[in-house]
Ligand binder design. Sequence first.
Ligand SMILES: Cc1cc2nc3c(=O)[nH]c(=O)nc-3n(C[C@H](O)[C@H](O)[C@H](O)COP(=O)(O)OP(=O)(O)OC[C@H]3O[C@@H](n4cnc5c(N)ncnc54)[C@H](O)[C@@H]3O)c2cc1C
Length: 381
Amino acid sequence: MKNVLFVGYGPSAVQAAKDLVGSLPADYRIVAITSNEGYWPPAALRAAVVPGWEDKPLACVDAAFPQDGRHVMLKMTNVVELRKNSVVVDKAHPDLGFEADEIPFEYCVLAMGSKYPYPCRPHPSSSFSQTLDDLRQTQSEVSRSQQILIIGGGPVGIEFAGEVASHYGKGTKEITLVHSRERLLDQSGWKEKLGRSLRGQLEGYGVRVVVRRKVVDAPEKTGRIEGGREFHLDNGEAIKADFVFLATGNAPNSDLVASFDSSVLNDSKHIKVNSAFQVEGYEHIFAMGDVTDVKEGKQYAHAKNHGSIVASNILALIQSPSASTASLKSYKPGSNLILVSVGPWGGAGQIFGFVPGAWFSALVKSRSLFVSDFKKLYNVA
Ligand SMILES: Cc1cc2nc3c(=O)[nH]c(=O)nc-3n(C[C@H](O)[C@H](O)[C@H](O)COP(=O)(O)OP(=O)(O)OC[C@H]3O[C@@H](n4cnc5c(N)ncnc54)[C@H](O)[C@@H]3O)c2cc1C
């Protein structure tokens, strides 16, 4: 068997594997390696706040391939080293025919996504039931806390503030969101009206929004601080909190590639790919999703589209190994779109220059957080 090997099994990889599974020649198989089960970041923040939502961002990966077929899923397994024609994993799987920890590939697809702190991603190597327990624990910590400090006013900080404020209601908890920039979502490309609408909705729930300030003594991780303590802003102001949520950004999960060939990483550590998603200088190694340097927002809506193009290009190369990159399917970066929820009934976004508000956001995203799309993607009910 020749292996088409996936590192990571997030939305981009699932889409690519789905497109490949019925089309690969009989002497090829998919080997998917993932350190967790399926996880859905768009629903993770509500799952960390609202009891009953804890299972919504979780899907078993067991249903990925027919059990009696030739394709293999190695879950709860980390790829620890990338080589030119193989990877090394942190555990062998003799029961699945992998006696050694080195697994060769004909084609490799790097889909390691982004590094975010929990709960935007599960804790490393957490099983389904461990992550359920972690989310229930966070719900209970939030419920027991009175003074909630959110550090970072990007989409993640805004959505977490919205979940707590809308679930517990105005005035029940003291929620402060501290943002270092001039206004919420002030990166180039987003209209001022978008940040204004989101800020207005949070303030409507009683959230205090502090802009142009940094917390100088932020804790290392999200969680409860028993008894509470004071945190300080760069103007000296003290804010007391018994729960802190860190939303200060993310980074590409590209360490594997840094130790393989650091020249294929750009300054922000994203993997450099051509328009066919081949890693610069390696025609048989592809990368897709959040970990790449494609010039567009890091969103699953785009990542899924990468998956379909990668599947099609791997099939083309299998049929014609000397095919040039020019003859492969080419990807055009997706448009700049965003929808940010503020609890299940609020939110705002920017779509082709329009800035829809709470009604539209609730209809399209905030109520469902696309959970049924996620479960469908992973073939679970
Ligand atoms: C709070 C939040 C809300 C969001 N809301 C939206 C939204 O509304 N709409 C939208 O389009 N996008 C949204 N996103 C972004 C979206 O979640 C990502 O763009 C998407 O998950 C990227 O998919 P991916 O396949 O690139 O990687 P990921 O989803 O990051 O998956 C990568 C997988 O690879 C595994 N992995 C990594 N390294 C290894 C290794 N060495 N060995 C084995 N496995 C490994 C990881 O465990 C993970 O399972 C949101 C993100 C967050 C945090």
